[in-house]
Ligand binder design. Structure first.
Ligand code: ATP
Ligand code: PMV
Length: 202
């Protein structure tokens, strides 16, 4: 497990091509890379999958067709691992974190949310990135049975109360305004945490 205790964890989720990577990159830039890291639950999954199957890990991390052609196989492999240990990828993903703010950019399952909430209570915020199907199609999405109707894409459609919902239909100004608000909320949460850590003089 990582040696650093995070001050706040932002768990991002959203459908394929909703813009999770795009939005989390913008958020990290605002919070600075010194203070905030982006962690992906799928990174250790893709790394091991690439090794086992002699594939290109960097390409699997990207947003192109290469990744999409292995998605169904990666989902199956990852679910097998999660059945054995539901926190497996969560623990691996946080190993390298050194900053106090963590962005998890690809949360997909209730079990992932539960793991973070149980391991880091009071510090975990859940954020949904949303975009219309039309916009997602323009970004390269097309409905794939077995993927877009399965847990990997629908696991958080129900039974979740999100702290924030970010609309990412491509209007830069509208997105920036939402990120302003999220950034302000993170800042006030950090302030609150540091005040609570101050021990009064006796
Ligand atoms: N607000 C935006 N303005 C312009 N381009 C965007 C915006 N949001 C996303 N994109 C572009 O859409 C594409 C998909 O976005 P991104 O990779 O962030 O989605 P994702 O939800 O992480 O996708 P997936 O997990 O399915 O690969 C990228 O090329 C990205 O640059
Ligand atoms: C295999 C999987 O991790 C791929 C995720 O890829 P991406 O977050 O869309 O880049 C999805 C899953 O875990 O269900």
């Amino acid at each position: 497990m990582t040696s650093i205790q995070p001050k706040i964890i932002l768990l991002f989720s959203g459908k394929r091509k909703s813009g999770k990577d795009y939005v989390t990159d913008l958020m990290q830039r605002r919070l600075t890379a010194e203070m905030c890291c982006i962690l992906r639950l799928s990174a250790p999954l893709k790394q091991q999958f690439a090794k086992d199957h002699n594939l290109n890990y960097e390409e699997l991390l990207g947003c192109g067709q290469y990744k999409e052609s292995f998605r169904a196989d990666m989902i199956r492999w990852g679910e097998m691992k999660r059945q054995q240990d539901s926190g497996f990828f969560c623990r691996l993903a946080i190993q390298q974190a050194t900053q106090p703010i963590w962005i998890i950019s690809d949360c997909r399952r209730i079990s992932d949310v539960q793991w973070f909430r149980e391991t880091f209570p009071d510090r975990t915020k859940c954020i949904r990135v949303e975009a219309s199907e039309q916009i997602r199609s323009q970004r390269g999405w097309n409905f794939t049975p077995g993927i877009d109707d399965a847990e990997s894409e629908c696991g958080l459609d129900e039974g979740m109360k999100f702290d924030w919902i970010i609309g990412n239909d491509g209007e830069g100004e509208i997105l920036n305004k939402q990120l302003d608000e999220l950034q302000a909320s993170v800042a006030s949460q950090l302030d609150l945490n540091s005040q609570q850590n101050i021990q009064p003089d006796s």
